[in-house]
Ligand binder design. Structure first.
Ligand SMILES: Cc1cc2nc3c(=O)[nH]c(=O)nc-3n(C[C@H](O)[C@H](O)[C@H](O)COP(=O)(O)O)c2cc1C
Ligand SMILES: [Fe+2]
Ligand SMILES: [Fe+2]
Length: 408
């Protein structure tokens, strides 16, 4: 159970840490890292709750509200985003807070019905609209697709706290302190924020930049997302990171290489070593992932942020090895477009892996620079070709980085 923390006068973090869910959204591993669902309470003449938590965390959330206020006295429940990791406790709150008005965007109104059967006591707010709580005033900003179409952010003054929901969020339960300025190192949280970004938000880079533009003039003292750290010491830090990450999907990805491989009996792996030698010799930074043993959640941050992708996978039943195919399908779901790519892989009779690879990367608009297939185990000559493939590809990535720089 967590304990409430006052983040500004009258404004409280009442978040909960989830260390028992194995897969966030039923896909993304968080068994080791955990995740927090940050909700907030504002005590004023009116009592307002900002976002909630996943259904399994109802008790933890309600206990914290009890330490600060009477749940039955709630005036407003602001729903920035309808995804059930923030609204699962909604029906419970609806029953316990008979006066509470649900404040949400126009698009969220319908979802309140389809998810929870809530059709009354709803107040729809539009971009720039405000609600007074007494001394505090809430102001709402529509931020569609950060993360769903109905998503908005809420800013409160005095205090200058931005409740940004999924925006500026990250994986990782909060270990001992909720604020950025209370941790010696932010490396872990920033890495988990990038994993969260590339797993959850990546598809909508343009919308993230639009939201950041919209908020640019707002005096923000604290960024209070619904997942991960509350940014009080350096709120601008997480905004800068999100801006940089959004840029990766718009052509500003780094001139570095992600090498993905899969193998059944080692033939493709032997070739992978040769290709990697070639890349290393040229001196381009590279990260290698065995896709059968690494969940795609941990691959996406690298794949997302780097311009070069090398795919090594054998033929399987006339197609690309299925685990690799599923990684490429995820890359398509997340719109990781516009990469430069290379392929290599072993086959035994008629092949097929290469054809599937070409088909899968077509909608991604990846430019295939190099391809190499070979029957059975690679010969010494094959391996020489592999090393040359790696070196040629690395030089092309290096060159694309220089071009990127001169373009500005
Ligand atoms: C279940 C299975 C299905 C396969 N399907 C094909 C195929 O349709 N066409 C082909 O040319 N080779 C096929 N192969 C052969 C592999 O592509 C070949 O053994 C290759 O060398 C495996 O590379 P690896 O050692 O990197 O796993 C198949 C192998 C297995 C085990
Ligand atoms: Fe979400
Ligand atoms: Fe969320």
């Amino acid at each position: 159970m967590s304990e409430a923390v006052e983040i500004a006068p009258g404004i409280y973090w009442i978040g909960v840490n989830d260390r028992t869910t194995d897969l966030f959204e039923g896909i993304w591993p968080i068994a080791r890292e955990g995740v927090s669902y940050n909700a907030y309470l504002i005590r004023d003449e009116k009592l307002a709750l900002i976002d909630l938590a996943k259904a399994t965390k109802g008790e933890d959330l309600l206990r914290q509200i009890d330490t600060l206020a009477d749940t039955a006295a709630l005036d407003y429940v602001v729903i920035n985003h309808m995804e059930p990791d923030h609204t699962g406790v909604l029906r419970l709150v609806q029953r316990l807070a008979p006066r509470a008005i649900f404040v949400c965007s126009e698009k969220a109104r319908e979802m309140l019905g389809t998810f929870y059967g809530i059709t009354e006591r709803i107040r729809v707010v539009h971009d720039g609209e405000t609600i007074s709580l007494g001394r505090h005033e809430l102001k709402f900003f529509e931020t569609p697709f950060v993360h769903w179409p109905e998503t908005m952010m809420t800013w409160v003054t005095p205090g200058g706290v931005l409740f940004s929901c999924d925006g500026f969020g990250g994986f990782g339960a909060l270990e001992g302190a909720i604020f950025d300025d209370q941790h010696d190192s932010l490396e872990y949280y920033e890495q988990e924020a990038l994993r969260y970004y590339s797993n959850i938000v990546a598809r909508y880079g343009r919308m993230v930049l639009k939201a950041i533009d919209k908020l640019a003039a707002l005096p923000i003292a604290v960024i209070a997302p619904a997942h991960g750290l509350v940014w009080r010491g350096h709120p601008e830090r997480i905004v800068e990171l999100y801006k940089q990450w959004a840029g990766y999907s718009l052509g500003a990805d780094k001139p570095e290489i992600t090498l993905l491989y899969a193998t059944m009996y080692g033939a493709t792996e032997t070739m992978m070593n040769a290709v990697a030698r070639g890349i290393t010799a040229v001196g381009v930074p590279m990260q290698i992932f065995d896709v059968t043993h690494t969940h795609v959640s941990y691959i996406l941050p690298s794949l997302y942020s780097r311009k070069g992708v090398v795919v090594g996978a054998p033929t399987y039943e006339g197609h690309l090895f299925p685990v690799m195919a599923s990684v490429l399908a995820m890359a398509e779901a997340k719109h990781l477009t516009g990469k430069k790519a290379a392929y290599f892989g072993s086959f035994a009779w008629s092949g097929g892996g290469q054809g599937t690879f070409q088909k899968l990367v077509e909608p991604l608009k990846w430019e295939i620079l190099e391809q190499l297939v070979f029957p059975g185990n690679p010969t010494a000559e094959d391996l020489k070709k592999g090393e040359a493939l790696g070196a040629d590809f690395a030089r092309a990535i290096q060159k694309s980085g220089l071009e990127g720089k001169t373009d500005g």
